[in-house]
Ligand binder design. Structure first.
Ligand SMILES: O=P(O)(O)OC[C@H]1O[C@H](O[C@H]2O[C@H](CO)[C@@H](O)[C@H](O)[C@H]2O)[C@H](O)[C@@H](O)[C@@H]1O
Ligand SMILES: O=c1ccn([C@@H]2O[C@H](COP(=O)(O)OP(=O)(O)O)[C@@H](O)[C@H]2O)c(=O)[nH]1
Length: 479
C-alpha cells in the first residue's frame, strides 16, 4: 500500500480494526483459499484511505479454521494486503455477528421496536471484543494510533485501553460509528446501554456521520452515565473524550475513470438502446429492512396506479445485495420482497414489458457504474441509514445526464444532500409516488442546478478526506 502522507509530526503507525476485513477469505472445493472483496459502505468508505495512508487492518476473515497450517495459509494470503486475521471460533463468531450485533444491536441503533435482549449473545459479544483486544494489544506499539470501526466493536476501546495500560503502553484510540446513534429513549431499551457507552467513552476521539447522531450520543452519556459534555468533548471519570462529526464519502474518481473504460461505455450504449423511450429508476441496497425496500415497492406500485400513463414507459431496476442471510428477519424480508415484485410485475406487466427488474445478487463494479450512469432517477427509501453511500455513487456517475436523486429524509446522507435531492418521508407511500412524479417532470435547468450542488458535495467530501481528517484529529491525542 502507498505510504502515509501526514505532516511529519503526525506520522505514526496506524491500526484499523473492523469486525470484517475488506477481504473475506473463502475456501474453494479443492481446499485452496480465495480472498473476495466484502460488500457494504464500510469497505467503500475506508478504501479511500488506502490511497494516502499505510495501515494494518485487523478483522475477522469470514471463516474459522482450527488447523494451525490452514490459519497460517490464510494469514499469509492476507498479509499481502496488509490485512491481519482475527480468528474466532465459528459458533462464537455467529453468536457475536448474527446473535448480538445484527439481531439486537443493529435493530436498536435503527429504531426497530420489539428487540428481545438475550444474555447468551451478549456474552459472545463481550468475548469477541476481548479476543480482538488481545490481538490488537499484542500488535500495537507504544503510541500507536488505533482506529476502531462500528457497532460490532463498541467495547473494544475500553478493553484495549486497559490492556495497553497493563503492558505499560499508550495509544490514541479512535472510534467511528457507521450507523445512526439513536435518541436516548430508543437506546435505553437495551439493558447493556451503559456498558456500550462506557466502552466507546474509553476512546480518545469518537466520530459520527451526522450532528444528530453526535448529539444523541452526548445526551445519552450525560443522562445514563452522568458524564459532562463541554463543547465537543465529554468529561467522564477524569478523562476528556473528544467527539466529532466526520463526513464519510466515496472515491468519485474511481467512478469517473470506470465510466471512461470502453467496455463500460459499450454497456451504457447497450442499456440505452434496450431502454430507449423508457425512464429508468435505479435502486441499489443491501437486502436489509433498514433500506425500506417494501415501502419502495409500495411507493412504486402507487405511482403506477396514480399515474397510469407511465405504465409501459418506466422501469425500476432494483439491485438487492444479499446480506446477513443467517438472520431470520433477513430471510423473511427476501421472501416478502420477491412476492411484492412478482405481484407488481403480474399486475402491470405485459408480454413486452416488466415494470421491475429485480436482481437479488451482488453485481460487478463496472455493471454498477453503467447502471448508475443510465438511470434517470435513483430511489433510496431507507427508514434509517447511517449515511448511504449509494446516494453519493449515483451522483458521481451522473455528470452527463444530471439525473434526480430521490432520497428518504431518514438516510444520514439527507442531512447533507437534502437540498439537491427530492426528499420524502419513507412511510408516506403517496409521497414516494409524488416524488417519483416530481423527478420525472423536473426541468433540465432545475436538474442541473440540483446536480451541481450534489456533485460539489460528493467531490469535496471524499473517503480520502474523511480518513485523513479523522486520523489527523486522532493523532493530536487527548485534550
Ligand atoms: O458487513 P455486513 O453485515 O454485510 O454489512 C455491510 C455494512 O453495513 C453497514 O454499513 C454502514 O456504513 C456505511 C458507511 O459508513 C453507511 O453509509 C451505511 O449507512 C451504514 O449502514 C455497517 O455499518 C457496516 O459495518 C457493514 O460492513
Ligand atoms: O453488488 C453490489 C452493489 C453495491 N455495493 C456497494 O455497497 C455499498 C453500500 O453502501 P451504503 O453506505 O449505501 O450502505 P450499507 O450497505 O453499508 O448499509 C456501496 O458502496 C455500493 O457500491 C456492493 O458492494 N455490491
Amino acid at each position: 500500500m502507498p505510504s502515509i502522507e501526514f505532516a511529519p509530526d503526525t506520522k505514526r503507525n496506524l491500526i484499523v480494526v473492523s469486525n470484517r476485513l475488506p477481504l473475506s477469505v473463502k475456501r474453494n472445493e479443492d481446499g485452496s483459499y480465495q480472498a473476495c472483496v466484502s460488500s457494504g459502505g464500510l469497505v467503500t468508505s475506508l478504501s479511500g484511505l488506502t490511497k494516502t495512508t499505510s495501515f494494518r487492518w485487523f478483522g475477522w476473515p469470514g471463516l474459522s479454521p482450527t488447523e494451525p497450517s490452514e490459519r497460517e495459509e490464510i494469514r499469509r494470503s492476507l498479509a499481502a494486503h496488509n490485512a491481519m486475521p482475527v480468528f474466532l471460533d465459528e459458533k462464537l463468531a455467529q453468536a457475536h455477528y448474527n446473535g448480538f450485533s445484527n439481531s439486537i444491536l443493529w435493530p436498536t441503533l435503527h429504531y426497530q421496536s420489539g428487540v428481545a435482549f438475550d444474555d447468551e449473545p451478549w456474552k459472545a459479544y463481550i468475548k469477541v471484543n476481548e479476543i480482538f483486544a488481545d490481538y490488537i494489544t499484542d500488535a500495537a506499539q507504544n503510541g500507536e494510533l488505533i482506529w476502531v470501526h462500528d457497532y460490532h466493536l463498541m467495547l473494544l476501546p475500553q478493553m484495549v485501553r486497559e490492556r495497553m495500560l497493563r503492558k505499560g503502553k499508550s495509544a490514541c484510540i479512535g472510534f467511528s460509528l457507521h450507523t445512526p446513534f439513536p435518541a436516548g429513549e430508543a437506546l435505553r431499551v437495551l439493558p447493556v446501554a451503559k456498558e456500550l457507552l462506557q466502552g466507546m467513552l474509553s476512546s480518545t476521539l469518537v466520530g459520527f456521520h451526522t450532528d444528530d447522531y453526535k448529539l444523541n450520543f452526548t445526551e445519552s452519556c450525560q443522562n445514563l452515565l452522568g458524564a459532562q459534555p463541554q463543547d465537543s468533548t465529554i468529561l467522564y471519570k477524569d478523562r476528556l473524550v473528544r467527539v466529532g462529526r466526520f463526513t464519510v464519502g466515496i472515491d468519485p474518481e474511481k467512478f469517473t475513470e470506470t465510466l471512461k473504460v470502453d467496455q463500460v461505455q459499450s454497456r451504457i450504449e447497450q442499456l440505452g438502446e434496450r431502454y430507449k423511450g423508457v425512464k429508468l429508476i435505479l435502486g441499489v441496497d443491501r437486502l436489509d429492512y433498514i433500506k425500506g425496500l417494501t415501502q419502495k415497492l409500495h411507493g412504486y406500485e402507487q405511482f403506477l396506479t396514480d399515474y397510469p400513463n407511465w405504465q409501459g414507459k418506466i422501469v425500476l431496476i432494483q439491485v438487492a445485495v444479499p446480506s446477513r442471510e443467517d438472520v431470520r428477519e433477513y430471510q423473511d424480508l427476501e421472501t416478502q420482497i420477491s412476492c411484492q415484485v412478482g405481484k407488481i410485475n403480474g399486475r402491470f406487466g405485459k408480454p413486452e414489458y416488466s415494470p421491475i427488474i429485480y436482481l437479488h445478487r451482488s453485481i460487478p463494479f463496472t455493471e454498477l457504474a453503467a447502471l448508475y450512469s443510465v438511470a434517470d432517477i435513483c430511489l433510496l427509501t431507507s427508514h434509517r441509514d447511517g449515511m448511504n453511500l449509494v446516494a453519493f455513487e449515483y451522483v458521481a456517475c451522473q455528470e452527463q445526464r444530471n439525473g434526480v436523486l430521490v432520497l428518504s429524509e431518514f438516510a444520514g446522507a439527507s442531512a447533507f444532500m437534502g437540498k439537491g435531492a427530492v426528499q420524502f418521508h419513507p412511510a408516506n407511500i403517496k409521497e414516494i409516488s409524488q416524488s417519483i412524479h416530481k423527478a420525472l417532470l423536473m426541468s433540465k435547468e432545475e436538474r442541473k442546478e440540483r446536480y451541481d450542488m450534489l456533485r460539489h458535495f460528493v467531490d469535496t467530501n471524499t473517503s480520502t478526506r474523511w480518513g485523513q481528517t479523522f486520523v489527523e484529529e486522532l493523532s493530536k491525542g487527548a485534550v
